[in-house]
Design a protein around this ligand. Structure first.
Ligand SMILES: Nc1nc2c(c(=O)[nH]1)N[C@H]1C(S)=C(S)[C@@H](COP(=O)(O)O)O[C@H]1N2
Ligand SMILES: [Mo]
Length: 427
């Protein structure tokens, strides 16, 4: 641990927020030198401000609330050159602006293959057929009469970081790691619906299909379907957002995002996988020996420092610096996150804060006293199965250079002496 009691490195920059923080924290923050002395003569302290002088807006100005106008920069963003058309495209969660482990609904990245379907819940149907005793069709109302559960899960697109396989490319964790979100789902365990239909003993696979224009279809092994899959209609307490599959989506915890079929309308029970586009031409990886990896469902153990990062530079100068990030594993919980500030020469154990739940994001922090010199920041996650996040070189040695999907390699950010951060690779 770095000593936080050094007051010699106090920065004089004026900031009301830091002042208040320092005052509230009392001794600890004073010792850390984040700026009590700056208060003298600050008009934000000595003058009455408009927001103090005039009444504010009353209730009901926004029946559905929105973030503060000062947070207008916190939005999903896309990379226009990445795809030919926005209806079959992706945008990215602004991870560098978020804290904790929950992704606000309006900031969950979107990945559509045929645009967002607009479906009135009264018109939505879910069919179960194939190798079942009784083919069934459920309305949304029917589904809401089954016992339901609440579970926090991350959803990561298998292509998250795909652009970074051969080297660092996109300047920001929003773009390198932002095809992930983590929300509380409310839904019915898929097992209950399958039990209701009665799966025949020959039924070993499930085909899930979406009602959108892409009619996305994926094969899911029955073992997983009966284990922890959910048919969800709520996220973070409210109805699914249209972008996330309103009124109904499949949750396939810990497994690649592509399998989480949105606008879920059909489940077919079969005896073998279907070999759909999304499990043959897509979501497979060509290995160095010319063979392709397929059915690579589980999302591997992974982490990233979200701040500092290229879109979240260090603007306060040397002294106390909060390094924070996210870690996750499709196999379980995160047991430990190591952070290096010197490109991997020395590692420190980060502090994981908040709930540690299986197949959900974990938040970690390393609080340091920055001496103002260049940093090479990396994080390395280890899950409860003992799986360790690999370096990019280790990953390329195992899977070759042609992969796109399942890049869980260690990310490096270079922080220069001005606090500017860039995406670099140290393997
Ligand atoms: N019906 C349907 N389901 C879909 C898709 C789609 O285009 N149509 N995209 C898939 C892909 S590739 C991913 S990564 C996730 C993205 O979920 P999100 O839009 O909630 O982030 O949804 C999956 N489910
Ligand atoms: Mo995806």
């Amino acid at each position: 641990m770095v000593d936080r009691t050094d007051t010699k490195q106090a920065q004089p920059a004026a900031s009301r927020r830091s002042f208040l923080k320092a005052s509230l924290l009392g001794g600890a923050a004073v010792a850390a030198g984040t700026g009590v002395a700056r208060a003298a003569g600050d008009p934000l302290i000595t003058e009455i401000q408009d927001w103090n002088r005039y009444l504010g807006e009353g209730v009901d100005v926004a029946p559905y609330g929105k973030p503060s106008e000062f947070e207008a920069h916190v939005v999903r963003r896309s990379v226009p050159w990445l795809t030919a058309d926005p209806v079959s495209s992706v945008n990215f969660t602004p991870l560098h602006e978020l804290d904790g482990i929950i992704t606000p609904n309006g900031l969950c990245f979107e990945r559509h293959h045929g645009g967002t379907a607009t479906i009135a819940p009264a018109d939505h149907r879910l069919m179960i057929h194939g190798l079942v005793d009784t083919p069934l069709v459920f309305t949304m109302e029917d589904l809401k009469r089954f016992p339901r559960e609440n579970r926090l899960y991350f959803l990561e697109c298998a292509a998250n970081g795909g652009m970074e396989w051969r080297g660092s490319q996109l300047n920001g964790c929003q773009y390198t790691h932002g095809m992930i979100h983590c929300v509380v789902y409310t839904g019915v365990p898929l097992r209950y619906l399958l039990e209701e239909a009665g799966v025949k003993t020959s039924g070993k696979w499930l085909l899930a299909e979406g009602a959108d224009a892409s009619a996305m279809t994926r094969s899911i092994p029955m073992e997983k379907a009966l284990d922890d899959c959910l048919v969800a209609f709520k996220m973070n307490g409210e109805a699914l957002r249209p972008e996330q599959g309103y009124p109904l989506r499949l949750c396939v915890p810990g497994w690649e995002g592509n399998m989480w079929v949105k606008w879920l309308r059909r489940l077919e029970v079969g005896d073998k996988p279907w070999a759909q586009r999304e499990e043959t031409s897509k979501y497979t990886d060509l290995l160095a020996n010319g063979k392709a990896r397929r059915h690579s469902w589980v999302m591997d153990v992974k982490s990233v420092i979200t701040s500092p990062s290229p879109q979240a530079p260090v603007t306060h100068g040397k002294g106390p610096l909060v390094i924070t990030g996210l870690a996750w594993s499709g196999s379980g919980t995160i047991k430990r996150v190591d952070v290096t500030i010197d490109g991997g020469r020395t590692w420190q154990t980060a502090r994981i804060d908040g709930p540690s739940l299986p197949k959900a994001l974990h938040r970690f922090y390393l609080d340091i006293n920055w001496d103002g010199s260049e940093l090479l920041l990396q994080s390395r996650a280890i899950d409860d199965q003992g799986l360790v996040q690999p370096t990019k070189n280790e990953l390329r040695a195992a899977r070759g250079e042609n992969s796109i999907y399942h890049n869980n390699g260690i990310q490096t950010w270079h922080v220069n002496t001005d606090g500017v951060v860039e995406n670099v690779e140290v393997s």
